[in-house]
Design a protein around this ligand. Structure first.
Ligand SMILES: Cc1cc2nc3c(=O)[nH]c(=O)nc-3n(C[C@H](O)[C@H](O)[C@H](O)COP(=O)(O)OP(=O)(O)OC[C@H]3O[C@@H](n4cnc5c(N)ncnc54)[C@H](O)[C@@H]3O)c2cc1C
Ligand code: FES
Length: 269
């Protein structure tokens, strides 16, 4: 874990309200693992704001974030060359089991952010199906970023991922929720990873599963939780949740947990 003042390499609004920011920080880019996050000091705010590592290249990493309040508004206004105070990498990320070959990734909205990094690391050894659910086409991962040769995107990345967009209003991809098409891929998947709002996980936990094998896959699905964080480093206990394995700090023991360890009534966001 390092705290550094790092320059912004590029900052782009990639869809309405969603920003992609590349940061020059070799220490974080080289040691960050998929599912881990950084915290960023946003001017005049007491609490640093957490963001998943979205992509890395040799010396830089990117975050992808939605503007929802004061901190993200400030961050979205920082420009190329501005320096920001970054702490990371933090937390415990996703784990691909050695025997897994087919990986199913399920993203709800901005929950796509850490899964792109996971896909980046998993290729080319694994086959990947990535379901991205959004309210409408404008909230889907922007097609411009899927172009081979886009900054930081290895050209093979999106050629090798089976990318399945789903929108609630049917304006792009299949109409519905990511959780409604997920069951189709359960037999194919060796392992499942998800990132999205708690309501998406709750819907996943309720999917009726016909076989014991599918039940086990869903129970062992790795989900990334978001809670309001105080310190982000395990010191303040502000992000504590009760799980089936006892009390856990989301920032330190997570943010990635096994689906069947979570007591959903404990997760507020
Ligand atoms: C481990 C982790 C990884 C995250 N990764 C990403 C990411 O990659 N991209 C992204 O867009 N967002 C991510 N978030 C959420 C992000 O941290 C919040 O959106 C951000 O802190 C809001 O700051 P703000 O000052 O703009 O909003 P605030 O003014 O603090 O709050 C505005 C609204 O956002 C909600 N909010 C505040 N903090 C959080 C939080 N930690 N989680 C969820 N909702 C929150 C508040 O309840 C409120 O409704 C992540 C959160 C965690 C815990
Ligand atoms: S945010 Fe302080 S312990 Fe997790």
């Amino acid at each position: 874990m390092r705290q550094i003042s790092a320059p912004i390499i590029s900052s782009e609004e990639v869809t309405s309200n969603t920003h992609l920011v590349w940061i020059d920080a070799a220490e974080i880019a080289s040691s960050g693992q998929p599912g881990q996050f950084v915290t960023i000091y946003c001017e005049n705010l007491l609490l640093r704001r957490p963001f998943s590592i979205h992509q890395v290249n040799s010396t830089q990493f990117a975050i992808l974030f939605k503007v929802v309040g004061e901190g993200t508004t400030w961050l979205s206004r920082q420009r190329e060359g501005d320096r920001i105070d970054v702490l990371g990498p933090l937390g415990a990320g996703f784990n691909i089991t050695p025997s897994a070959r087919n990986l199913l990734m399920v993203a709800g909205g901005i929950g796509l952010a850490p899964l792109i990094f996971l896909a980046q690391r998993a290729l080319p050894r694994h086959a990947i199906t990535l379901i991205h659910g959004a309210s409408t086409s404008a909230d889907l991962y922007p097609p411009s970023l899927l172009r081979p040769g886009s900054p930081g995107i290895p050209s093979h990345l999106f050629e090798e991922i089976r990318f399945i967009p789903v929108t609630e209003d049917g304006s792009a991809g299949e109409k519905g929720m990511s959780t409604s098409i997920l069951p189709r891929f359960l037999n194919w998947a060796d392992q499942i990873f998800a990132c999205g709002p708690a309501a998406m996980y709750q819907a996943m936990a309720r999917i009726p599963l016909p076989t014991q094998e599918n039940k086990l896959k869903m129970e062992t699905c790795q989900v990334s939780l978001e809670t309001i964080m105080g310190c982000g480093i395990g010191a303040c206990y502000g992000c504590t949740i009760n799980t089936r394995k006892g009390t856990k700090r989301v920032c330190r023991d997570g943010p990635v947990f096994r689906m069947d360890d979570i007591l959903w009534q404990e997760v507020k966001i």
